[in-house]
Design a protein around this ligand. Structure first.
Ligand code: COA
Length: 371
């Protein structure tokens, strides 16, 4: 069976930053206006008061201090609370396709590979801007590939599901070179007027170039991948193509993102490490032989607990780096960004494990060895 390697990765973080202080000031202004506009209904018990958010809560409960976003003013404006993005002209590519290219271009450049030599493009992300043509079709066209392309979605685990599929296609001989892109614009999915989720997400884009091992120098051997799901509705986004139809029945229907944070935390901390450990067992990789794990960044306490269960030892910044404080949860791009920002120091022959988890629940894991 052929083997695959991660030849290169790329990532892009938008420049604009929203600090916890700015986000909380905006949310609290919205909540205070809501409470004052609805004072009578709240006093009579017909409507619930909106509680205020707090900077200390966010830092202590999640570890997030700021997040980078594609557009700041629209999120902080309490009349919109979502990024301001102009609609595209008919012939223009999607905003999200351009966002993807900001990570794809450096990934291809680092590998010295032309887009024409890419067989397959997978866009693996939490949501895609259009139903069709697929975002992956646009990226395939932009890089000049004559192969195939498709979109895949498995929430925060998407990038590692993409890597799993790319690895399988290369092993089976269906492709020689695959590009897995994760352009995650989570601030367009999040509901910034919902106190228990308004602080969670940031935006970022990542790309992984996966190739058949033909003896080339550099990169990382992909020594194992594994994905597993366990159904749950505890984390859910109801945005979708049925929304307009639903509003014909219920005009004020406001689909959004919702979660039972406690349940997600508890369930995922239990489930995610078992998926990574199953993969490790299958390939005979002992925890002691794993120098580092790059984990999806959702909550720093989750990172602590999952790292300990995968590695069989306490988490440190060296063995399971955290990038959450700076970027927030950037959905599936986070594990790739974490890997790219924290792998240069690893020596040839050393192993690392990536693990990403999210709604579904879906968990993806990959073991890599520095070449
Ligand atoms: N500001 C201030 N207080 C807040 C708040 C906010 N923004 N949001 C909630 N609180 C309050 C709650 O009302 C509650 O108050 P109470 O004790 O008086 O009832 C208290 O803080 C604790 O709330 P809780 O929801 O239990 O917090 P938590 O410790 O579970 O942390 C999350 C919340 C979301 C950070 C945490 O559950 C989490 O990270 N879960 C995982 C979800 C996740 O990451 N999903 C993404 C994909 S995996």
């Amino acid at each position: 069976m052929r083997k695959s390697i991660i030849r290169s990765t790329g990532h892009y973080i938008p420049e604009a930053v929203i600090t916890n202080e700015e986000l909380v000031a905006s949310y609290n202004a919205w909540a205070e206006r809501f409470n004052s506009d609805n004072a009578a209904a709240i006093a009579s018990g017909d409507m619930a008061e909106q509680l205020l958010s707090s900077v200390d809560f966010i830092k202590n409960a999640s570890g997030i201090e700021r997040r980078h976003v594609v557009e700041k003013s629209g999120i902080l404006n309490i009349d919109t609370m979502t990024p301001k993005i102009a609609p595209r002209a008919f012939e223009e590519v999607a905003f999200q396709a351009e966002f993807a290219m900001k990570a794809v271009t450096p990934a291809l450049e680092k590998a010295g590979v032309s887009g024409a030599d890419v067989d397959g493009v997978i866009v693996a992300s939490s949501a895609q801007q259009r139903n069709f043509p697929g975002l992956a079709c646009e990226i395939q066209e932009m890089i000049g590939s004559n192969g195939f392309s498709f979109d895949l979605t498995m929430a925060c685990a998407s990038a590692l599901y993409g890597l799993h599929i790319a690895n399988g296609m290369i092993q089976s001989g269906q492709a020689r070179r695959m590009l897995v892109c994760s352009p995650e614009i989570m601030t367009c999915i999040n509901v910034h007027s919902r106190r228990d989720v308004h602080f969670i997400f940031g935006d970022a884009s990542s790309a992984i170039l996966v190739e058949a091992d033909e003896g080339q120098d550099g990169g990382w051997d992909v020594v194992g991948t594994h994905c597993q799901n366990k159904y749950s509705i505890a984390l859910r986004s109801d945005f979708g193509f049925i929304n307009a139809a639903e509003r014909t029945v219920q005009p004020d229907y406001a689909p959004g993102l919702d979660q039972d944070g406690h349940k997600v935390f508890k369930d995922v901390v239990g489930f995610a490490p078992t998926v990574a450990r199953t993969m490790m067992q299958d390939i005979g990789l002992e925890p002691a032989d794993v120098r580092r794990t790059w984990l999806h960044q959702a909550n720093i306490r989750m990172v602590d607990m999952i790292a300990k269960r995968i590695l069989g030892r306490d988490r440190t910044e060296e063995n399971a780096p955290g990038i959450l404080h700076e970027y927030g949860n950037t959905s599936s791009s986070s594990v790739v960004i974490n890997f790219e920002q924290n792998s240069e120091d690893m020596a040839s022959g050393e192993h690392g494990v990536m693990c990403a988890f999210g709604a579904g629940y879906g968990v993806g894991a990959a073991a890599v060895r520095k070449r």
